[in-house]
Each structure stands twice: as C-alpha cells, then as structure tokens.
Design a protein around this ligand. Structure first.
Ligand code: SF4
Length: 350
C-alpha cells in the first residue's frame, strides 16, 4: 500500500475533536487550512496539489443515515470516509467530484452510537440470511477503502473494536489494498473482509494505484489467521472478448483467476469463504472523463454494442450489460465458478 503523506490538511473546525487532532498530528509537516464544508472544497486555492496524494480533508459527518442493503450486508453504515488514493476507472465514489482527496470523518464515536442505536432497535435473535447466519451486518466501506482509512485514522481501530465487542452487529467491507497493520488486530471473526478480485491483467489496466491481484490473493490466508472472516468480491466483472490489446477473453481469464484462488487459499479458509459477484455498471459522465485520463481502460469498459443505459437514482446515465446478454453472462460465470471452485458459495450475483 502506498505511503500516504499529505502536505496539506483541510479541515472543518468541528472535525478537530481528539480523533481529528490525532490524525492531523501524524502529519506534522502538513500545512493546515480551515474550510467551511468538507464536501465543497475551495478549488481555486488548490491548483498546485495532487488531490489524492497531497491533500487530506478532515470533516464531521452530519447525516448518520443507515440504509437497508440486503446485498453485501444487511445495512450500509454511515461513511467513515469518502474516497481513497486509488483511481479505479469505474469507481462510483469519485464519479461526480471535480476534486477528490481522501476525506476522513472524525466523529467516529457519533457514527458508532448511531449504529448501536439502530441495531439495538431491531428484533433479536435475527432471522439468518445470506449476509450472515447470526449477526446484523453493516457495510462500513461503501464510499472509501477501509484498509486505507485504517492507516490514516486511529478512529477506524476504535470502530473495529466496537464491532468486535458488539453482541448483535458485525462489520464488513470490500478492499483492494493490503494493510498489514490490520493483522495486529484480532477481530474474532466479527469483521468480514471481502477482497476484490478480477483477472490480474485487466486489474492492471483499470484498478489504478491499488495493490495487485497477486498481493490480494497472497494476503487472504494471513487475514484469516489474524481472526478476520475472509470472503471475495468479484466486482466489477468486466466482459471482453479479444478487444484491442487483450489477447484473451473474459471466460478464460476468470477460469484462470478461480484456479489461482483455489491454489492460494488454505482448506480452512475455503470452508468459510463465500463470494459476491457484480457485473460492471459504468457511467456516461465517467466515460467522457476516462477518455482523457485512462483511454485504454475505457476500451474495456465502454462497449455500447453489448450495453444499455439506465438513468440512475442520482440523475446520471448509467450503462450496464444488456439484460438478456447479462443473464447469459451470469450463467457462464456460475458454471465456470462451479467447475473450478465449487467450495465457494455465491452470496449474490447480478
Ligand atoms: S479502491 Fe475502491 S474506493 Fe478506491 S478508487 Fe478503487 S474502487 Fe474507488
């Protein structure tokens, strides 16, 4: 994981609680500038900074809304951060931002209190579902990469401890980074990491500044041994068929990826591992931006001949694989997975 050393910290005054100060004090050489709103940065004053490597924003999360999910988890917990130092070509977190530095929310105590209140109001014992047989599950990393946030904010350690100790709640997050500091924490299987996987050659094109697929595969057994539950997240599944520059097709590549996963993980890890599968959703605005910054990736992501549009609930135009073709793709994926890694249950696929 890259070493993050911001040289400018932008903060809202209400973010400088003890947790915010602990974060800021880790970067004594960084200049500090107060701002009015963490989500409206003074762009004009920041022309010489690289948003993702030079800047860190500290804010206080005001809306602590908890949303129903039913897919990766029962619920989406309030964000602990927004953005990461990756620059994945399909990332929805950065989709609508002109300036996209990592923003860490320092009021983790208020966020944990909101989750506690929410979960304690739910019926108990809970009815088992695909997200977990026992606990209510909360996705804590929908707008950032928690492995990155863990390296920046000591508050994330407190959040891990909260879920570890909670009698009803369990945390989960997907990641594309290996943060070995996290191995020093034993979450007693109350935190589920979902390592994101895709064919390595494709990942090198579209997963910008993340840890490699090889590293993610190698890390799985270590995180399980440290006490995490470890699942995998096949997301996004990108469909390609000997398009320019790629000499293979997605089916061959996923077979190989499943074989790599099968070879990498121990029998003990296989017993508890499940996966989730999400085919690519792209976005028209992002397509236009990517043509400037990552055109090679865009050749894989933007294939109008096999895609259809859908207006997103946030107003943008999203692009996804055509309905009937996608049904076939899903069948193909399930067949490949069943042939190569039958031990890996699919929690959901769409
Ligand atoms: S690692 Fe995750 S949060 Fe970061 S840019 Fe990639 S998809 Fe977005």
């Amino acid at each position: 994981m890259p070493d993050f050393k911001p040289n400018k910290i932008l903060y809202t005054p209400d973010a400088l609680n003890p947790n915010g100060l602990r974060i800021a004090d880790q970067y004594p050489d960084a200049g500090r500038t107060p701002i009015k709103q963490h989500n409206r940065l003074p762009e004009v004053d920041l022309p010489h900074y690289k948003a993702k490597s030079d800047l860190l924003v500290l804010g206080r999360l005001k809306s602590k809304e908890i949303k129903y999910s039913g897919r990766s988890s029962d619920f989406i917990a309030p964000s602990l951060a927004n953005g990461c130092f990756g620059g994945c070509a399909y990332c929805y977190v950065d989709r609508h931002k002109k300036l996209n530095p990592i923003t860490v929310f320092t009021n983790t105590d208020e966020i944990m209190a909101a989750v506690d209140k929410h979960v304690m109001a739910l019926p108990w014992p809970r009815t088992p579902n695909q997200t977990d047989p026992i606990y209510y599950t909360y996705d804590i990393g929908c707008n950032s990469d928690i492995a990155v946030d863990y390296a920046i904010s000591p508050g994330i350690h407190d959040v891990f401890q909260f879920y570890k100790d909670h009698e009803r709640a369990k945390a989960t997050f997907a990641t594309k980074f290996i943060n070995s500091e996290m191995l020093e924490f034993d979450p007693a299987r109350k935190i589920r990491i979902r390592f994101s996987l895709m064919p390595a050659e494709i990942s090198r094109l579209v997963d910008v500044r993340t840890d490699s697929i090889e590293k993610r595969l190698q890390a799985i057994n270590d995180f399980y041994a440290a006490g995490y539950e470890v699942h995998v997240n096949f997301s996004p599944v990108i469909v390609y068929d000997r398009v320019r520059g790629i000499e293979r097709d997605w089916e061959e590549d996923y077979r190989e990826l499943f074989q790599q996963l099968n070879a990498a993980v121990s029998p003990e890890v296989k017993k508890q591992m499940q996966c989730e599968v999400i085919f690519l959703t792209h976005n028209e605005w992002q397509h236009v931006a990517n043509l400037q910054i990552n055109p090679k990736a865009e050749e894989l992501l933007w294939l109008p001949a096999i895609q259809e549009t859908k207006r997103s609930s946030y107003g943008g135009i999203n692009i996804r694989y055509q309905h009937q073709l996608k049904a076939q793709m899903i069948n193909t994926f399930i067949n490949l997975l069943t042939e190569e890694i039958p031990w890996c249950g699919i929690r959901y696929i769409f």
